[in-house]
Design a protein around this ligand. Structure first.
Ligand code: FAD
Length: 273
């Protein structure tokens, strides 16, 4: 089932998927799967993987960039180690004139991730960070990032968080998404609306009619391809997020949990084994 959402095991397969996105009118955002790394050797290998992936993006003339999880670069081990690793990636992104996104993970990393982002942003402004509408703190984080001119990818949030930190109903998460989206259309510099939710996308289109702000829609590989096509046909900027690598399980479990129908598909695929 994971093959639907993950390009393959290696960078070659990820680049092929990215070129395919480009041929369908989208840019590509490549993520080397992995998270919560507590082994410094694996962190180092991950940094090297991203550096060579960025080179490949340049060499193969992919219209796209990378998106990195802070705990892949050592945030679960040491803040400074993670910051230094990110600095190596942003330095290469700058040389290659590529954008770089930072994914947002569970709430215990939010504060550090934003601090790292703002530090990197001083060095290179073609970077952005994900902000999650399920977190109660996100409106103030968004304002803080906007004050520095930073760039945000707005998502709903993919982790299980306690109620003291996160809204628990879809209605609350969606209402906060709309509120944050309005803030972005008012005060954001370039930003991304990353969702598969037609209601959120329609609201973004409505807001864009009265705005000159530059933004793009972002959707995950393997989800709502017909909607991607509709948006590119209407000449909206669209990016497809493409993960690859051997650590496909946690990512795929999050996608399964997001939609009851995916659970049924999983059950069917297991029965057919
Ligand atoms: P939902 O309310 O979950 O879904 C709305 C509708 O979209 C559903 O009714 C269904 O029609 C469709 N849909 C949603 N999910 C699926 C699915 N798995 N399969 C089929 N249809 C589906 N989260 C983070 O916490 N940190 C990040 O850095 C991060 N980066 C992301 C980057 C991109 C480009 C995208 C698109 C998402 C990212 N996410 C991230 C995940 C996000 O937080 C949500 O978990 C995910 O997008 C599902 O929420 P939704 O906005 O699509 O809305």
């Amino acid at each position: 089932m994971a093959k639907k959402w993950v390009a393959g095991y290696d960078a070659g397969e990820a680049i092929a998927a990215a070129l395919d996105s480009n041929s369908r009118g989208m840019s590509a955002i490549l993520n080397f799967l992995g998270e919560d790394t507590t082994d410094a050797k694996i962190v180092d290998q991950t940094v090297r993987e991203y550096l060579s992936l960025m080179d490949l993006i340049g060499k193969r003339q992919v219209r796209g960039c990378v998106s990195v999880k802070p705990t892949q670069l050592g945030l679960a081990i040491d803040y400074d180690m993670c910051l230094q690793n990110f600095k190596r990636l942003t330095a290469r992104a700058k040389e290659l004139d590529q954008f770089m996104w930072i994914d947002m993970e569970s709430v215990k990393f939010t504060e550090d991730t934003i601090a790292i982002y703002l530090e990197l942003y001083k060095q290179y402004d073609m970077t952005g960070v994900a902000i999650q509408s399920y977190l109660r703190r996100s409106a103030s984080d968004l304002l803080h990032i906007a004050e520095h001119g930073g760039k945000v990818r707005l998502v709903k949030g993919a982790y299980h968080e306690p109620e003291e930190h996160a809204f628990s109903t879809k209605e609350e998460v969606d209402a906060n998404y709309v509120k944050l989206m309005r803030m972005l259309f008012e005060s954001g510099s370039f930003f991304a609306i990353a969702t598969h939710d037609s209601n959120m996308i329609e609201e973004a289109i409505r807001l864009s009619n009265d705005s000159t702000k530059e933004f793009e829609f972002q959707l995950l590989m393997g989800i709502r391809d017909e909607l991607k096509n509709e948006l590119t046909t209407k000449e909206f900027a669209v990016a497809e997020y493409i993960p690859y690598g051997s650590q496909w399980l946690p990512y795929s479990v999050r996608r399964i949990r997001e939609r009851k129908r995916n659970l049924l598909l999983l059950a069917r695929s297991l029965i057919q084994q």
